[in-house]
Design a protein around this ligand. Structure first.
Ligand SMILES: Cc1cc2nc3c(=O)[nH]c(=O)nc-3n(C[C@H](O)[C@H](O)[C@H](O)COP(=O)(O)OP(=O)(O)OC[C@H]3O[C@@H](n4cnc5c(N)ncnc54)[C@H](O)[C@@H]3O)c2cc1C
Length: 420
């Protein structure tokens, strides 16, 4: 094997908390790492949370320390807007083709030049970072603490004519001559850390997500509660400024359900209990209902659950939700459930419904679909060179994803040193 020809020892695909951890652990042991991320910024879904359970600290407290480690480590080569196109080879020697999309922004443009252009650019697009709850310009910074702190021109979301128009208005900062590149990398091991996407709530027709501003998902609530979110941290129903008095969480929305995702995402009960704390700060008198099949708060999370139960205006209702309907006499929604511990079929009228949707593993670009388990997660098999960590490997919280990533780094180091 000709060592000179390797791009790096390890390729990590995905720079969320799991991929970032795997890359850092491997690089800090002395190996070289190519870390690729398909978005313009790293941090994954964690960057979109308001606070982490169980400590309720902002996600920046976990991410910033890792970003500092990344900045300080010359052994990691980060590429953003980068995706795997193909993988060939075997443990010890892989050739991977990676597509890198440019930012289409002149390298020497100053932030002031760019901000002046953003003011001139009239085109707005849905802001993915806020799950489409607000809009952003076609030239944008992913969010205020993004790393890398670099602007992007979202050319691919525009027609050619729209892109050319904006480029002519902002000719001093936009460079449409920058071209997409296919880069070939030769590496000894690969770690997949591609994470998850929220289950598509549009599929939950019986829960009336589509078309009702007062039916939102748990990830949207994270953004509404965030100081850098679309409402500056004010939890409100789109288009309304009225007080929210009653809220229902629908647990396992699209999870543990053979018509949607059959598995339990494991974190949604903790996510809802955490979100009750945010809501309580803003609406001290609100009546909050959590409608659940089972509350799953494993290990030490049981303490968080016990503490939450002290909230007298939090009502835990056991029973699968049958449906959500529009109240014909008001703007409220009616949540109909079978309360298996109480009164049988029950209806609650609420101002806001939060669907606790689960996590769907991201495996679109994972090349060997035979290595997905029955729920669609990537199965690690070191002998075949398949190493996955974080939520693309199993539905998990941040702490477990980080532990998993450290284990993945160990497996990758073994392959780097031994070939298998
Ligand atoms: C509503 C909700 C609230 C939550 N709150 C908490 C909480 O308070 N505390 C907690 O511990 N956990 C929480 N979680 C769970 C937490 O979000 C996950 O544990 C965490 O995101 C897992 O990180 P990850 O790196 O595996 O995945 P991700 O965060 O999804 O990161 C994956 C990265 O890979 C990138 N990627 C994807 N595909 C590709 C590709 N093909 N090529 C290159 N890059 C790619 C993505 O863009 C992303 O940056 C919550 C989950 C939900 C649904």
């Amino acid at each position: 094997m000709d060592k000179q020809k390797f791009t790096s020892d390890l390729l990590v695909v995905g720079a969320g908390i799991a991929g970032l951890t795997a890359a850092l652990e491997t690089a800090e042991t002395g190996f070289t790492v190519s870390l690729i991320e398909k978005m313009p910024n790293i941090g994954g879904r964690v960057a979109q949370l308001n606070q982490y359970f169980p400590k309720l600290c902002p996600p920046s407290c976990g991410l910033e320390v890792n970003i500092r480690r990344l900045r300080d480590n010359p052994k990691i080569n980060l590429s953003t807007l980068a995706e795997v196109v193909s993988v060939e080879g075997e443990p010890g020697d892989y050739t991977v083709k990676v597509k890198i999309t440019p930012r289409y922004i002149n390298e020497d443009a100053t932030d002031t030049d760019i901000e002046n252009c953003i003011d001139k650019c009239a085109t707005v697009l849905k802001n993915d970072f806020n799950y489409g709850l607000d809009n952003r310009k076609a030239i944008f910074l992913p969010y205020n603490n993004a790393f890398p702190m670099k602007y992007v021109f979202d050319k691919d979301a525009l027609s050619d004519d729209e892109a050319k128009n904006i480029a002519s208005v902002c000719s001093d900062i936009i460079d449409l001559d920058q071209k997409e590149e296919i880069v070939e990398m030769r590496v000894k091991a690969i770690i997949w850390a591609t994470g998850w996407t929220p289950y598509n709530a549009d599929n939950l027709t019986e829960l009336r997500y589509k078309g009702n501003a007062n039916v939102i998902t748990n990830v949207e609530l994270e953004r509404l509660a965030s100081a850098n979110g679309p409402t500056g941290g004010k939890i409100q129903i789109a288009g309304k400024d009225s007080k929210i008095d009653k809220i229902a969480f629908v647990q396992s929305a699209g999870s543990r359900d053979e018509n949607h995702q059959e598995f339990c995402s494991t974190i949604c009960c903790m996510a809802s209990l955490k979100q009750v704390r945010y809501i309580r700060e803003e609406f001290p008198d609100a009546e909050i209902y959590i409608c659940y099949i089972d509350i799953r708060t494993p290990g030490c999370y049981e303490d968080f659950y016990e503490e939450s139960k002290k909230d007298e205006k939090l009502h835990l209702k056991r029973g699968k939700i049958a449906k959500v309907i529009n109240d014909p006499n008001s703007d409220q929604m009616i949540v109909e459930s079978e309360d298996t511990l109480g009164t049988g079929l029950d209806q609650i009228k609420v101002d806001l419904v939060v669907l606790a949707t689960g996590m769907k593993p991201n495996t679109d670009t994972f090349p060997d679909k035979t290595m997905l388990d029955g729920c669609g997660f990537i199965k690690t098999d070191k002998d075949r060179g398949i190493i996955a960590c974080g939520v693309c490997a199993a539905p998990n919280d941040v702490a477990s994803s980080v532990q998993d990533a450290t284990g993945a780094a160990m497996k990758a180091i073994h392959i780097i040193k031994e070939g298998k």
